[in-house]
Design a protein around this ligand. Sequence first.
Ligand code: FPP
Length: 238
Amino acid sequence: MSNSPLNIPIEKIPRHVAMIMDGNGRWAISRGLPRLAGHKAGTENLRRVIRASVEFGVKYLTIYAFSTENWGRPPEEVQGLMYILQDVIDKELGELNKEGVQLRHIGRLERLDPRIQQKVLKAIDLTKNNDKLILNVAFNYGGRDEIVCAIQKLMNEGIRAEDVTDELVSKYMFTVGVPDPDLIIRTSGELRVSNFLIWQAAYSEWYITPTFWPDFDREEYGRALEDFANRDRRYGKI
Ligand code: FPP
């Protein structure tokens, strides 16, 4: 039985898809455009991918928008990405809210400009009761930083070493309450994890495509989900 527009039984649709939206810069450079034009095109594509996620029946989508390492980029690119985050909230929030998308943030919000923090918190509050799609925006996010933060919280709360379990650690991650990603998609062909969801990705399936993020369209997203549906997930067993 299939009630997704894809030829996949609904139980084979990944509940949680995470995406490393890589290749914006190369997409732009290959067209003789500035790198920020690539991030703008990437933002347009993100809108399409969010809609396709709802259409395909994906329940959680996590996107890697700005890593803790991205601060090392030229200041105009960092500023541009900060601006894009605010612009997306200003221009898209109303529509996303109408479509039932719940926005969440993972990463160090407190290290962003206070105006950005306010906007993000308002967006989270406005959409908190939506349940069509949970959209986790990883912004100023790093997997190691997340683990460091979790250890600090555990220690500050005086948790005893013998009480530390896999489940407990998960509750101290930014992704608390979100199931681990079933599928992680990385565009633009790099074969690395780049500090993304390193705790949560223990048993995630990967789909890596040479396509640059701005060109990763609904068709290819559908192919990635079909590919995932044919995987045999064994979780270390046989
Ligand atoms: C990686 O491509 C992409 C990023 C660091 C930013 C991703 C951001 C977007 C798609 C815009 C949407 C953002 C928000 C805030 C919702 P790259 O620049 O590393 O590409 P390259 O490897 O080709 O240089």
